[in-house]
Design a protein. Sequence first.
Length: 244
Amino acid sequence: MYAIGIGKNRDEVLIAVEHLKKEGINVELVENPEVLIDGLINNRYEGAVRGSLSSSELIPILRKNIGKFYRASILKNPFTNKIFILAPVGIDEISESPKLRFNEKLDIIKYSSEFLKSMGMIPKVGILSAGRLSDVGRSKKIDESIIDAENLLKYVKSSEKFENLEIEHKGILVEEYLKEGYNIILSDDGISGNLLFRAFALVCNLEGFGAIILNSENIKFIDTSRSGNWKRYYNAVKFLKEGF
């Protein structure tokens, strides 16, 4: 049995459930975030989807139970028709401290790569920063972002932990990464990642499967936006069932 949270935007969740039931997939609707996470942690569900429950209510409960994690949106690349990971997309998931932020991005690269490998895919990482590489000198914020990304690239390429990992930094050029088939897009921070997700999924309507949880545990939970349509909730459950 799979669980979907239902709060606001109830109609879209209910449509998704009807489609899933027609395919013989057993789904339980849960209105209480604590009940949803408790059922997931105690294996009463094979997997759970946030559905249309409030993120500000549910995510702290999940963190309390499993510790620190990052959210990574799974989207379909319009140029290759294959999935790619965009992370981080949680607005508060990357620290403002440069040292902590550096290590957190290393964690995201590690967990994202392991996830794709578990699906039989070869990770290809694109690091995003705040401008083109030639934009150094235009502002302190842009300079810091580009320098941080270059330092991250240098570290990963020289580290035995990431041996043979394909990774590049092309600045702000997310479109080049997608055209060239990069399947892990590392956003500059959670705010820019969330904005990219909204532009891709909610404005440009790229097909999506929700956001997986990245940490050392294999947590079968997918975060979804309250602004999503029924297909995104449907896709999230299908991904839990077939993609993990």
